[in-house]
Design a protein around this ligand. Structure first.
Ligand code: NIG
Ligand code: FE
Length: 415
């Protein structure tokens, strides 16, 4: 089955084929074709080019759908490389408590936060968990996301971590989205372990990981390596154990303090280090020339009133940067990547070109799908969206709270 998009005002290809991510000054460049066509066949991008090259042969037999994209922009779907969108319940009470003056860390110390989500997770049935996560997936698909990484980490016991990961496996099978699963057993230490942190860490390493590996339930391993959560030493132990089972690290680092999370990620060749609200020259230096994608989560900084990461400095020092939503009930209850792109421009001083690179090809790299998503290239997946009538791609971050997406195509099918 073929779909042909015609008269596209701006086809945002993003990057040349073979580009895995963009760093430093390259982030300011964007490949854009004007007055273009795009053909997808059986879920895969077959070709694209200027309208004048669209001949009758291309339109011949087999074309089921022709879409006129006059005055519209076509983009590769966003890739959201960091979410926790499988969760049992929202957390409005903590939202209100923070408005009244409590901090995220104070709430966590009182057994709220991640531990609150873990309690709800223990009660919810797998079916309910699956249904609510599927609804969230559909919500973000309609907001332009075509690939998403989803973490466990609201289970914190073997049975509930497995429940979450099995739900993610079902989502992978049933959804047209590209999905990667990350095991985040080291998200918090459950209260019942008291000071015996090593007992819980032992459980992650010796009980959870072997089953997860045997059942092939995760693609990556993550640790919340931060002030008040896991120390660098504990994180190293957990990451090493995950790597022995073939799981590449992705690390939650430097959200609450400068406790060495970035350096731990770099040391273990993490695919990404994420958050980075508290970083300085040492962390930037550690990331230079590495294969680890620095990933910034504007939703969490916005929602928790954290300092904004020094993205300008990072890019100006030659680093790549990816943006992701961190969609979760505690620190970013939104998976809207257009909004993340808008925040990139407004709060981090990135240009529209930089935020588009950061939410497509760079975030595709940060979740290990740059070979199939993140740019318009022949052979990549037919995951794109068509905007409403707009003057240019810059309208997407400019209209920061307006949904400008009119048509979503995933796996070569209109959703
Ligand atoms: O990425 N920082 C750690 N984990 C999540 C939030 C978890 C929560 O509060 O539920 C994050 O922000
Ligand atoms: Fe997170």
């Amino acid at each position: 089955m073929r779909i042909v998009l015609e008269n596209i005002k701006e086809l945002v290809q993003v990057a040349g084929c073979g580009v895995r991510f963009k760093a430093g000054k390259e982030m300011a460049s964007l490949s854009v074709l004007r007055n273009a066509y795009l053909v997808m066949r059986d879920g895969i991008i077959e070709g694209f080019g200027p309208m004048k090259d669209l001949n009758d042969e291309t339109l011949d037999n087999d074309v089921l759908i022709e879409l006129d994209c006059s005055n519209r922009v076509v983009m590769p779907s966003f890739c959201d490389s960091h979410t926790h969108l499988v969760y049992a319940a929202s957390r409005e009470q903590e939202f209100t408590d923070r408005i009244k003056g409590l901090s995220y860390e104070e709430i966590a110390k009182r057994g709220g936060g991640i531990l609150n989500s873990a309690e709800a997770m223990a009660r919810v049935s797998e079916e309910e968990l699956y249904d609510s996560a599927m609804r969230r997936l559909h919500e973000i698909a309609m907001q332009g996301t075509g690939a998403v990484e989803i973490k466990s980490g609201y289970g914190l016991s073997t049975a509930t971590e497995l429940k979450m990961l099995r739900v993610i496996r079902r989502l992978k099978k049933d959804s047209p989205m590209v999905i990667k699963a990350t095991f985040l057993g080291a998200h918090a230490v459950p209260e019942k372990y008291g000071d015996d942190r090593s007992k819980y860490i032992g459980k992650i390493i010796h009980e959870m990981l072997p089953v997860i590996a045997a059942e092939d339930l995760a693609d990556y391993i993550d640790v919340f390596c931060d002030q008040g959560f896991f120390t660098p030493l504990e994180s190293e132990q957990i990451l090493m154990a995950g790597m022995k089972h073939g799981l590449r690290p992705k690390v939650h680092a430097n959200e609450l303090g400068r406790t060495g999370g970035v350096q731990v990620g770099v040391k273990y060749n993490a695919l990404s280090v994420d958050h980075l609200e508290h970083i300085g020259a040492d962390e930037i230096e550690a990331l230079k020339g590495r294969e680890t994608m620095p990933t910034v989560l504007p939703g969490a900084a916005f929602f928790l009133n954290l300092p904004y990461s020094p993205v300008r400095e990072m890019i100006d020092s030659g680093l790549p940067v990816a943006l992701a939503s961190d969609y979760n009930p505690g620190s970013s209850p939104s998976g809207n990547m257009s909004f993340m792109a808008a925040m990139g421009c407004i709060k981090y001083n990135m240009s529209p070109e930089e935020v588009i690179n950061a939410t497509t090809i760079n975030s595709a790299y940060a979740m290990g799908v740059d070979g199939i998503c993140g740019s318009i290239c022949a052979g990549k997946m037919g995951n794109v969206f068509i905007t409403k009538e707009i003057p240019s791609y810059s309208s997407i971050p400019y209209h920061y709270a307006t949904n400008l997406i009119e048509t979503v195509i995933l796996d070569g099918q209109i959703i």
